[in-house]
Design a protein around this ligand. Structure first.
Ligand SMILES: [Zn+2]
Length: 273
């Protein structure tokens, strides 16, 4: 007969000293994007103990999603199931105590106050315009924003911790800005501009999602001291993984003057953060 500890779903997590499971259970997570990255992030959130998850996505499942999306089935592709609804249901299948909610719609149509209802925002997005939008709204709401992205075997995770850290937009160059207002979609709906479809590969997606949820665990457990500062870069072809700091860009519109002053003081004193 198994002992009491083997009856407890989270016994092994409780043995990690710094994890605060009660806080993790309570943390309200907003997950934007339910594609390949959203599937993997949803899985990691559910298994890690995050129970209050809201999933936002406007798209439906298509056949080309199926080689890297845990929760999507052939039947979902045939019937055009909504990605957000399938992922929310998948989270609750893994974790019966979870209350996952799906919001089917455009990120840009959500009111700014929507972000106030969450403790952490996760960007599982495939385009720059949505990434800038989510980053800006999370930053102005004062919510930690964790952004993931992949291109083939290259992965990147950025953790933004307002009010005094850099944000995703700080790390974007001018070529990003050129396409910031152009919308594209892998299902072809509402397309005004097509970027070449990115090479997508599940092992890189798994690594990026794991790092994103790992940072969620730290933030939810009150351990911002251990959180990324602030970009994790991974190259699966060269077998390289490293942490890189993105400086706060004084031209970035998301930072009020007093934050820039603090940042400059830190730079002058040689402090990392
Ligand atoms: Zn910024």
């Amino acid at each position: 007969m198994p002992g009491a500890v083997d009856q407890d779903t989270f016994d092994r997590s409780r043995r990690v000293g710094w994890l605060n499971l009660d806080a993790i259970f309570r943390t309200r997570v907003l997950m934007i994007g339910a594609g390949a990255l959203g599937n993997e992030v949803g899985k990691c959130l559910a298994l890690s103990g995050f129970r209050r998850v809201t999933v936002v996505d406007m798209d439906h499942v298509v056949g080309s999603n199926l080689n890297r999306c845990l929760f999507f089935t052939q039947e979902d592709a045939r019937t055009g199931s909504k990605k957000a609804e399938v992922v929310a249901r998948g989270i609750m299948d893994i974790s019966p105590d979870a209350r996952a909610r799906a919001v089917v719609g455009r990120l840009e149509d959500l009111p700014g106050s929507f972000y106030d209802g969450f403790d952490i925002v996760l960007g599982c997005l495939d385009n720059i315009a949505a990434r800038i939008h989510a980053n800006s709204h999370a930053y102005h709401a004062g919510r930690p924003y964790i952004d993931g992205g992949m291109e083939g075997f290259i992965g990147r995770v950025m953790a933004c911790l307002p009010p005094d850290g850099p944000c995703v937009q700080c790390g974007m160059n001018r070529s990003h800005a050129k396409v910031a207002n152009m919308r594209f979609s892998c299902t072809g709906e509402g397309v005004v501009f097509h970027e070449p479809r990115l090479a997508a590969e599940i092992t890189t997606t798994s690594i990026v999602s794991a790092v994103m949820v790992r940072e969620c665990l730290k933030i939810a457990s009150g351990r911002k001291d251990m959180t990324l500062r602030n970009t994790f870069y991974y190259d699966g072809q060269r077998n390289v993984a490293e942490e890189m700091e993105v400086p706060l860009d004084p031209r970035c519109p998301n930072h009020p003057p007093q934050v820039l002053q603090v940042s400059e003081n830190h730079i002058m004193s040689g402090s990392v953060q």
